[in-house]
Design a protein around this ligand. Structure first.
Ligand code: AHG
Ligand code: MN
Ligand code: MN
Ligand code: MN
Length: 336
């Protein structure tokens, strides 16, 4: 038998998605083309991240984005890479990026049926110290051939047709759902191909890890504070949970997906809507977590039911293992 490292029948991400799409007789191959452009963007950013220190890509770009955050050089570069890759695919119509104040309406000659919302570089504060960062994307499909409008992207997350992220970590991993299961692919740098390494990911039903920026604890609401207290001092005889918090949503959610547990960015007194952005952070990650069997909750409702009214809108989010989020929902329900 030939060992795994010398497999000869490679399930690349393109082959995998072509197989999946062939189940839909109406499929025209547009999604596969769009995805291959996203994959190219991920490979480009991955290679830039790997040589950031050498290529002088570390540090600030000198501009501030609409969120009032100072943009890093890699934020700006990754944004350009993805916009160019998406527009040139000829399959997109409206694009929303964390780094651009306004949505981008693709010129008519390059227009397609898909709208892509994305966080080109997630975890910017971790760039300069070499900690895992990523890219997050969500994809909507527009039905008819009308002129593009903001309403094409101001849709609840449950309407997404696909979502994913790429993590630039100890290896480069792309996790994708096109609406059925969730699958993970690892970049083989020698081939330049993403290979299926994590088929049909299911999040464990319970978790032993909680993940939250506890530095904000003094401003938390009561359900968040109670849940975290229970993680540390359980009263039902169970053992206390471990805390893991990287500060890159992609990396924190990736760990949560594989190991189980909860990832939270709650509301607090200073930020009643939390920090994370609905369209390109909360929605894609909630979509993946649900498709893997977990839940995502805002403190008020299922995260994917939110109807955004602004493209850079924020929302609190609690996502992770099914049973853990059930517990958080009960705490909010008890509060009334
Ligand atoms: P971005 O780097 O795309 O602006 O996102 C940063 C986000 C997210 O990655 C992470 O979960 C969160 O900020 C961390 O925030 P705190 O530093 O407030 O914990
Ligand atoms: Mn940012
Ligand atoms: Mn982000
Ligand atoms: Mn970002």
């Amino acid at each position: 038998e030939i060992p795994d490292a010398h497999r000869t029948d490679l399930m690349t991400i393109t082959r995998f998605v072509l197989n999946e799409q062939s189940k839909y007789p109406e499929s025209r191959g547009d999604f596969t083309i769009l995805l291959s452009h996203i994959v190219l963007g991920c490979k480009f950013v991955c290679s830039s991240v790997n040589k950031a220190g050498l290529a002088k890509l570390i540090g600030l770009a000198g501009e501030t984005n609409i969120q009032g955050e100072e943009q890093k050089k890699l934020d700006v570069l990754s944004n350009e890479v993805f916009i160019k890759a998406l527009v040139s695919s000829g399959r997109t119509r409206v694009l929303v990026s964390e780094e651009d104040e306004d949505a981008i309406f693709v010129e008519s000659s390059k227009r397609g049926r898909y709208c892509v919302v994305f966080d080109p570089l997630d975890g910017s504060s971790n760039i300069d110290c070499g900690v895992s960062i990523g890219t997050i994307f969500g994809i909507y499909m527009v039905k008819d051939d009308h002129e593009p409008t903001l309403d094409d992207v101001l849709q609840p997350g449950k309407q997404m047709v696909a979502a994913g992220y790429c993590m630039y970590g100890s290896s480069c991993t792309l996790v994708l759902s096109t609406g059925t299961g969730v699958n993970g692919f690892t970049l083989d740098p020698s081939l330049g191909e993403f290979i299926l390494t994590h088929p049909d990911i299911k999040i464990p039903k319970k978790g032993k890890i909680y993940s939250v920026n506890e530095g904000n604890a003094k401003n938390w609401d009561a359900p968040t504070a109670t849940y975290v207290e229970k993680c540390k001092f359980p009263k039902d005889g169970s053992s206390s949970k471990s805390l893991r918090y990287i500060g890159s949503m992609v990396a924190d959610v990736h760990r949560t997906l594989l190991y189980g547990g909860t990832f939270m960015y709650p509301a607090d007194k200073k930020n009643p809507n939390g920090k994370l952005r609905v369209l390109y952070e909360v929605f894609p990650m909630s979509f993946l977590i649900e498709k893997a069997g977990g839940q995502a909750f805002t403190g008020k409702q299922r995260a994917l039911d939110l109807v955004p009214t602004k493209i850079h809108e924020r929302s609190p989010v609690f996502l992770g293992s099914y049973d853990e989020i059930e517990e958080i929902k009960a705490l909010y329900a008890a509060e009334g």
